[in-house]
Design a protein around this ligand. Structure first.
Ligand SMILES: *[C@@H]1O[C@H](CO)[C@@H](O)[C@H](O)[C@H]1NC(C)=O
Ligand SMILES: *[C@@H]1O[C@H](CO)[C@@H](O)[C@H](O)[C@H]1NC(C)=O
Length: 500
């Protein structure tokens, strides 16, 4: 152990955690961060610069969010003030290392983004609220189609050079799409062959490899393969991990690499693989290119979802001692969940109606006609059948208990869900997709009162009526129902008692 690391570790032991951020620890170990990304906190004890940039929908202006104090937690209150009564997107995740390796909206690659210009979507600035040591902050909640990238990175590992990395993910937010990654990737956004990537992967994709159980697993995306160990298929030493806050670690050097993981809220790291490079052609030596990706594959594959809170890339192969001390620092940061709901208070079992607030339409209520979800004029003298079609029972969120689901009053067992961003009424088939697509959070009304109902899995999208049909819409975007005109009013609902 180096003397600098000993000093850093003794600072940890004496509780002087402020004196040793994750990147101070990597630096003390001789494997400095070449990139440090977090929307929740500073990753160096002395860092007081900008952590990330947000852009608001009301006037397209941006602001930078910094820690409250050097080395501290992000100033979420500054974001809340800037984003009040409008929508906000995360436009830049700044690199804290001083090298300028910032992450921005990923450009088109082998796969094109969902927007007409081919760029990936930006994440909502409010989709992943958390607290660190009791202070509110926001992570980066990434839906399929969302991605960040830097193809011109300074100081990253290329070829077979050694590097390390860790990231904190939400272990309950994942899917089997390709590929929710953070790490080293191609500088062209194209698949240039085996061994051209070295990135953390998290999810249940088992096309290339898998671990024990049904997943999700931490694996290494080395391009044309997600590896859980040396072989390209199942390696049972790589466990299913679902910690709400998950520390995931990957490091690789000449013919050696390792995967580790642990609970970011308590305890230590475990090693899931530590050994030689895969034997398949192209992975030894590696041909790393040195770009950095977040939320996507090296070729801009955009099918995956996940949540990122913080992560770093290092130069050199970090020691286990350093990684253990970084994990201790992460645990001491005390990541915890916080309320996802800031709109009208709801309770499970409550019967409600949702009235339109847009002037000229505010006698209409969210209702359904068969599977079609629309808005209809409902009054006390309406037929009982219509009253029931416009009444909803609040249920604990089927896909996430921090949010809500809305069960049809007249069709028990059927819920509001989105499909291709259109709201529908559908019977719960108990699939992961249905449950997630039927889960919504009630946030403060964009129009200053009432509630705005946000799709849990697509937090840039909200219940919105358009031509009396209901969608999950974003404030501006490629679909006609994403029109920015009248967005705040159309996405603000008055929660009232049910008709039936
Ligand atoms: C914000 O920018 C988008 C894209 O350039 C544009 O369509 C929209 O009208 C702008 N919104 C405002 C409020 O300026
Ligand atoms: C709120 O809704 C009203 C009625 O639809 C509309 O006139 C007004 O512009 C909206 N205000 C905001 C801040 O969006």
């Amino acid at each position: 152990m180096s003397s600098r690391l000993s000093v850093a570790l003794s600072l940890l032991a004496t509780g002087s955690l402020v004196a040793a951020g994750p990147c101070d620890l990597y630096s003390a170990g001789g494997t400095p961060c070449i990139a440090a990304h977090s929307t929740t906190r500073a990753l160096y004890n002395a860092f007081s610069g900008s952590l990330y940039q947000v852009k608001r929908g009301s006037d397209n202006t941006t602001t930078n969010i910094a820690p409250i104090s050097a080395g501290g937690v992000a100033n979420a209150a500054a974001q809340d003030t800037f984003c009040a009564s409008t929508t906000c997107l995360i436009t830049i995740i700044y690199d804290q290392s001083g090298r300028g390796n910032h992450l921005t909206q990923a450009p088109p690659g082998g796969f094109k983004g969902p927007e007409t210009n081919g760029y990936d979507n930006l994440a909502s600035a409010t989709g992943a609220p958390v607290t660190l040591n009791g202070q509110k902050a926001y992570g980066v909640f990434m839906s399929p189609g969302t991605g960040y990238r830097n193809n011109k990175v300074s100081g990253s590992a290329v070829g077979d050079a050694a590097e390390g990395m860790y990231a904190i993910f939400d272990g309950t937010h994942y899917n089997d799409g390709c590929c929710f990654d953070y790490g080293n990737a191609e500088t062209s956004s194209l698949d240039t062959g085996n061994g051209h990537m070295e990135a953390l992967y998290f999810g249940t994709n088992s096309i290339w490899g898998s671990g024990s159980g049904s997943g999700p697993w931490i694996m290494a995306d080395l391009e044309n393969g997600l590896f859980s160990g040396q072989g390209s298929k199942q390696n049972t030493a790589d466990p299913t991990v679902t910690h709400r806050f998950l520390t995931s670690v990957l490091k690789g050097g000449p013919n050696k690499w390792a995967i580790k993981g642990g609970n970011a809220a308590s305890g230590s790291l475990s090693t899931y693989y530590n050994g030689a490079r895969p034997t398949a052609s192209g992975y030894n030596p590696m041909s790393k290119e040195g770009a950095i990706i977040l939320g996507i594959g090296g070729d801009n594959s955009i099918s995956a979802q996940g949540t990122f809170y913080e992560g770093v890339m290092t130069s050199g192969y970090p020691s286990d001692d350093v990684e253990n001390s970084v994990q201790a620092n992460i645990v001491a940061a005390k990541y915890a969940t916080t309320s996802m709901n800031s709109g009208t208070a709801l309770t499970a079992g409550q019967s409600i109606s949702l009235r339109v607030t847009t002037s000229g339409y505010d006698t209409r209520y969210l209702a359904h006609t068969g599977a079609t979800v629309n808005t209809q004029v409902v009054t006390s003298s309406s037929a009982t059948s219509l009253k029931q079609q416009a009444s909803w029972t609040v249920r604990t969120g089927l896909g996430n208990s921090a949010c809500w689901s809305f069960e049809s009053k007249d069709t028990p067992g059927s819920y509001l869900r989105h499909y291709n961003f259109v709201l529908q009424l559908g019977a719960n088939d108990n699939s992961k997709t249905f449950k997630e697509d039927a889960t919504f959070c009630s946030v403060a009304g964009l129009n200053g009162s009432g509630s705005t109902i946000r799709a849990w899995g697509y937090p840039t999208r909200y219940f919105r009526h358009f031509d009396n049909v209901a969608y999950i819409a974003s404030n501006g975007g490629v679909h006609f129902f994403d029109a920015a005109n009248s967005f705040n009013a159309d996405a603000t609902w008055a929660v009232g008692s049910s008709f039936a």
